[in-house]
Design a protein around this ligand. Structure first.
Ligand SMILES: CC(C)(COP(=O)(O)OP(=O)(O)OC[C@H]1O[C@@H](n2cnc3c(N)ncnc32)[C@H](O)[C@@H]1OP(=O)(O)O)[C@@H](O)C(=O)NCCC(=O)NCCS
Length: 155
């Protein structure tokens, strides 16, 4: 079952956010701060309090085993770009013990349905290149790469 989070779910959501953060720290320790410090932990309450953001959870047998932090974004026209509206998936993950059981697929199905209800026709997210498991998952549910970040060391 997938639903919007209640405030009492947020401590458990933070356990899952820590798992995702650890994946990022392991993959790019040069970029991500190690540990799950207080500011990062408390950021979930900023998301909770922000009008255009929501927290979605997946449950299996009453246990919260997956989550998504999402944002409804409207960008005005700029000199380069047309005005655009999209549904942004900012944070996303499933507890290690519940992977490969369709939990993340269910979360994305909920997100698609919710986007449709809100009249938003595009869902986007960004991900780190080292995270090939996440890439395989996102592609499996139909996401396509539309933009790239590239890097080059100076030495
Ligand atoms: C990526 C992640 C969310 C996938 O969650 P999940 O619930 O295991 O995904 P599903 O069970 O819905 O997978 C659906 C399909 O996606 C593909 N897939 C999922 N994880 C995969 C992996 N690690 N490697 C290759 N393919 C994968 C498979 O095709 C899978 O179908 P199958 O199990 O029948 O082969 C989960 O592995 C996770 O939380 N990873 C760590 C955190 C993370 O990377 N978050 C995203 C940050 S951008």
């Amino acid at each position: 079952m997938v639903r919007f989070a209640k405030i009492e779910d947020l401590e458990r959501v933070n356990e899952l956010r820590k798992i995702v953060n650890d994946v990022h720290v392991e993959g790019r320790p040069d970029i991500f701060k190690a540990g799950f410090h207080d500011e990062l932990r408390d950021f979930i309450y900023d998301i909770w309090d922000t009008e255009n953001k929501d927290i979605i959870v997946a449950e299996r047998n009453g246990v919260i085993c997956g989550f998504a932090c999402v944002q409804y974004v409207s960008k005005p026209e700029s000199p380069f770009m047309n005005a655009r509206t999209f549904y942004d998936v900012d944070e996303f993950g499933v507890d290690t013990a519940f992977r490969r059981q369709g939990v993340a697929t269910e979360l994305i199905a909920f997100i698609r349905e919710d986007a449709k209800k809100r009249g938003i026709d595009r869902i986007e997210l960004n991900m780190w290149e080292f995270n090939q498991g996440a890439l395989a998952f996102y592609e499996s549910v139909g996401f396509q790469t539309y933009r790239r970040y590239m890097e080059l060391g100076s030495d």
